[in-house]
Design a binder for this molecule. Structure first.
Ligand code: NAI
Length: 257
């Protein structure tokens, strides 16, 4: 049995991942705003510290796996909070738990990014100054150019930065014996997608778009990949991003990969 921390464990992909891990006999330490072993708000520094310390307490400083799922969708009105949770909160948790993962057995981490991470290039990412300075008060203005769609801009920019952050850690984490990968889902049936579909700005696009596999993903289909990436069969898989979107990326960008 290994010990795995899962953020966003109370709902959607995180809940499906926690269930799958428990069913396979692993010990799960869930982190979420509520209904979790470690209640914590990853939007702010205190909550991030509480999340890391709460997990470290429960695992005695030794962790075999981490799945970082907690996140907000583009429909959320507080656009700064989208990037605070999806980028800054996630990076704080993976970095804060890295020392514990180093002590784990065949340890690995999976970060849930999004296919939206590919919607802009890093060179065009409006969050770079906020990221480089660590000044989260810059986020709202940085994404204001998105106008009515600044939530989507904050979402895509935050996820783009998150995937870059993972790839930039590949050398250090690999040398430390901890594998680290991202999963980039397309539309997956969760409360996050349902809320985004109800939003007048994004609903039509979600309802009207048909992927080559003409349905939304199921949370457990993402959880299955996350669990594979944590396990021994993925021993040489590191620093990679896996798009799980029913074929939308291939449909829209067949020559870009
Ligand atoms: P969800 O809304 O079902 O679950 C997200 C969880 O994150 C919730 O339990 C929520 O309480 C938690 N969370 C939100 N803000 C938090 C905070 N400040 N501190 C701690 N926990 C917080 O959503 P879903 O769809 O399962 O999302 C999981 C991840 O998958 C997110 O990172 C999301 O961006 C990503 N994703 C989801 C897609 C989808 O279509 N559902 C598509 C692509 C990526």
């Amino acid at each position: 049995m290994s010990t795995v921390a899962v953020t966003g464990s109370a709902s959607g992909i995180g809940a499906a991942t926690a269930t799958r891990l428990r069913d396979a006999g692993h010990r799960v330490i869930g982190v979420d705003l509520r209904s979790a072993d470690v209640p914590a708000d990853l939007a702010a520094t205190e909550g991030r510290t509480a999340a890391v310390e709460g997990v470290l307490d429960r695992c005695d400083g030794v962790l075999d796996g981490l799945v970082a799922c907690a996140g907000l969708g583009p429909h959320v009105d507080d656009v700064a909070r989208i990037a605070q949770v999806n980028y800054f909160g996630t990076v704080a948790v993976i970095d804060g738990l890295f020392p514990a993962l180093r002590k784990g057995t065949a340890a690995a981490a999976v970060v849930v990014s999004s296919v939206a991470s590919t919607h802009l290039k890093w060179e065009e990412n409006p969050l770079t100054e906020a990221i480089e300075t660590g000044d989260e008060s810059l986020i709202a203005e940085a994404v204001a150019a998105g106008g009515d769609y600044r939530g989507q801009f904050a979402y895509a920019a935050g996820k783009n930065a998150l995937t870059v952050a993972v790839r930039r850690r590949a050398a250090e984490w690999g040398a430390a014996g901890v594998r680290l990968n991202t999963v980039a889902p397309g539309s997956v049936d969760t409360p996050l997608l349902a809320a985004t579909a109800e939003d007048p700005r994004y609903g039509e696009a979600i309802r009207g778009f048909t992927a080559p596999i003409p349905r939304h993903g199921r949370p457990d289909e993402i959880a299955a990949l996350a669990c594979y990436l944590l396990g021994p069969d993925a021993g040489f898989v590191h620093g990679a991003q896996f798009v799980v979107d029913g074929g939308i990326d291939a449909l829209l960008r067949p020559t870009v990969f």
